[in-house]
Design a protein around this ligand. Structure first.
Ligand SMILES: Cc1ncc(COP(=O)(O)O)c(C=O)c1O
Length: 401
């Protein structure tokens, strides 16, 4: 019988071959590179939860449009997978990514909504981006390049302007911003679709940043500059600063249904449902005798006879090393502690006095169930929810459900 993941899920109890190939067997042909065995970890993307979270974000934002940040491979979900779900939703005004390659992937996938490129480009990249209807983020004096490009295309180039009001990374510093914005706004070659800033997420300093942004924008608009939609609100801001919702909100993590800070989960401000799950299957179950060890450097020592299970998922898959410091995974409806250390490709869990799990049992590292949400894993072991999702290895299979 050929064993696809689907058939395996139905049969459920098959074991991996202990010795392979068996003595005397013909050498098997290597599997095609894209095929994945039934035991390998995979990522599930819950389309219904993504849609639910968009509705929640829009409710919280008082009906404002959403520029959905889906950078870093769609926060682990696969950038095109997420975009295909979000693109048709009227609440979504556009999508934002940081890498040009991701923006191009979205256009190749047939995504129609505006795409904001929050990352760098040179003049050649700029031409490619604009030719694919990708909106560059501008914060340096590139007016002459925009003139040339607009002349070549016979129409204005649409841009968004990034103002640094205190985060100190990209963006024209707010003190120096007015001349640049005036220059860009005064060019017939340029259409400014938006003007935005990013908070440091320091509650007191955020207020100062917002005041800088609003005063700058107001004075430029009084002069007649058209700044497009003004926006600043990431997921954190959706909870902390309703006065910073402006014309449009710009969250990432909230769309993926995860509260960025533990205290936000209790706040009731939004009912978010995680849209990502990391799963695999148990590959081995064995009993360690008292005094036996598990993991490199004998990280775990059995204090009594105890059963452990090996899972085929490690830090190269995106399951963090720190998970060994308190995280629990769900197998058959129960949570089992991660022990020893998380190595590149393996995790070991303590099962207890009985062999309560078996080879082939599905394992949930995190998903949308209470007790195994990314926030629960984060609370248990200290991993950031951003690391749990964004570090999921892009090579793992994604299943949109
Ligand atoms: C410029 C910008 N805006 C918005 C976001 C979304 O942030 P979050 O995922 O915390 O909502 C990010 C992500 O880091 C970002 O870099």
């Amino acid at each position: 019988m050929s064993l696809s993941r689907r058939t395996f899920i139905k049969t459920g109890t098959l074991a991996p071959l202990a010795a392979w190939p068996p003595a005397g067997a013909a050498q098997p042909q290597p599997a095609p590179a894209a095929a994945s065995s039934a035991f390998d970890p995979w990522v599930e993307v819950h389309a219904g939860n993504l849609r639910h979270n968009v509705a929640e974000v829009q409710r919280r934002a008082g009906g404002r449009p959403i520029l959905a940040v889906i950078k870093n491979n769609g926060y682990g979900a696969g950038v095109a997978n997420v975009a295909r779900v979000l693109d048709p939703l009227p609440a979504i005004a556009g999508l934002a990514v940081v890498k040009l390659q991701e923006a191009v992937t979205l256009r190749d996938a047939g995504i129609r909504k505006p795409i904001l490129l929050l990352g760098p480009f040179d003049e050649r990249d700029l031409e490619e981006a604009v030719s694919r209807d990708i909106t560059p983020m501008v914060y340096t004096p590139i007016g002459p390049s925009l003139d040339r490009l607009a002349a070549k295309r016979g129409r204005p180039v649409h841009i968004q302007i990034c103002i640094d009001t205190g985060i100190g990374r990209v963006g024209v510093p707010w003190r120096d911003a007015a001349p640049l914005v005036r220059d860009l706004a005064g060019r017939a070659s340029v259409a400014i679709d938006g003007t935005f800033m990013t908070f440091t997420e320091d509650p007191a300093y955020d207020r100062e940043q917002l005041a800088r942004f609003q005063s700058l924008c107001a004075s430029l608009e009084r002069e007649g500059a058209r700044l497009g939609a003004k926006h600043a609100a990431s997921s954190y801001t959706l909870y902390q600063h309703p006065d910073a919702f402006l014309d449009m909100v710009r969250p990432g993590m909230a769309i993926f249904g995860v509260h960025p800070e533990p205290q936000f989960r209790q706040s009731g401000a939004m009912d978010l449902r995680p849209a990502l799950a990391l799963r695999a299957r148990v590959i081995y179950v064995k009993q360690l005798k008292k005094g036996d060890s598990a993991g490199y450097n004998r990280a775990y020592l059995a204090e009594r006879d105890v059963w452990v299970a090996t899972l085929p998922t490690g830090h190269t898959d995106g399951w963090p090393r720190v998970a060994a410091k308190g995280a629990r995974v769900r197998i058959g409806g129960r949570l089992y502690p991660v022990v020893a250390s998380v190595s590149a490709s393996h995790t070991i869990v303590e099962v207890g006095d009985e062999p309560a799990v078996k080879i082939g049992d599905p394992v949930t590292f995190f998903d949308w169930e209470d007790g195994s949400r990314p926030e629960d894993v984060s609370a248990a072991c200290g991993a950031s929810v951003y690391d749990l999702t964004m570090h999921l290895n892009p090579l793992m299979p994604r299943r949109v459900i």
